[in-house]
Design a protein around this ligand. Sequence first.
Ligand SMILES: *Cc1c(COP(=O)(O)O)cnc(C)c1O
Length: 427
Amino acid sequence: MNNYKINTKCVQAGYTPGNGEPRQIPIIQSTTFKYATSEDMGKLFDLEANGYFYSRLQNPTNDYVAAKLAELEGGTAAMLTSSGQAANFFALFNICEAGSHIVSSSSIYGGTFNLISVTMAKMGIDVTFVSPDCTEEELNAAFKENTRAVFGETIANPALTVLDIEKFAKAAHAHGVPLIVDNTFPTPVNCRPIEWGADIVTHSTTKYMDGHGAAVGGAIIDSGKFDWMAHADKFPGLCTPDESYHGITYAEKFGKEGAFITKATSQLMRDLGCIQSPQSAFILNLGLESLHVRMPRHVENGLAVAEFLEKQPQVNYVSYPGLKSSSYYDIAKKYMPNGGCGVVSFEIKGGREAAEKFMKELKLAAIETHVADARTCCLNPATSTHRQMSEEQLIAAGIPAGLIRISCGLEDKEDLIADLAQALRAI
Ligand SMILES: *Cc1c(COP(=O)(O)O)cnc(C)c1O
């Protein structure tokens, strides 16, 4: 499907049924797969043949959907994970181990911040956080001899900072390591980080890709561009024989295009088992079929709500990269000419208390730990998703106590604005 436009790929990429086969992706609800001889199965275990043997590692339904995601992002291989958290953990842990170091944007999702700074620290993996707005000098200074990856979010959740992908890719490559970009918020409909130099792209498919608040999931897409062998000393897991797989060297056997995803599947999925269920993969694909139709509406509603909020006296400031007043306006236009997403953050005057009162008055926008749903929802991060962060960490991540994140759904924008207006009047 490589020659088709992204709108067509959203609908049809990944699965092409043969004569008389199901039109919709079949849900292969089976833990295991049958073989005629042990020899046949042995070839699968040795990675000598393609096929399935156990759904903890791989399932055909997932692979159809992953193939669509690879096409949407312009990558060579992809895999689905049980959640966005699992996707980011696998993407990093596939090339990091005890003694490794990560350079990460400080403006990232709270769950990922926790994963990297607390849980991965316990595994002996160190991190240096840098502002997404840092200078090239500051960025280069964050690297160490043991740095193995650079991480950032295209549009950060919930701070809505925009990553200068080219700047981060350039620094990563100058230090011989890949750039991993979490592209959850814009989705490949609005931004394709690989086209700007990213090497690995991750997603929480729970968000816009599913788009209906129906299934938790994640995905990793490999650009197939990073030359692991050229930096073999840094990536022994990919560039030296894997004794748990009969001495296979992934980067040799599967090349730049396949090594990363094959290793993540055959080692990390095998040992940790964070696979998406085929039922969820099916639901995800239903979401993908309309992603290109939904994203422009999310953007339209997000911009309308941001422009409305910006004019209200009860509001301190509004963060939305599509606003002309945003310091990210130019960079957002560069990476996302059609707009980014439907998530808007704003600080209400009066801090935590005013935020709570305002949110209680909303009728259409529901209070939810969620974003990127067809239905509008909102959240006060300081009292929910980011409550594990200290005051200093909150400020570094751009999240004051009165910050409200509103995820504009697919409703009529006039109804959304009227709902916000009545709630503002009530406080
Ligand atoms: C939600 C989210 C995650 C985590 O994804 P889950 O599917 O909830 O595990 C990671 N990154 C970003 C940008 C997110 O918005």
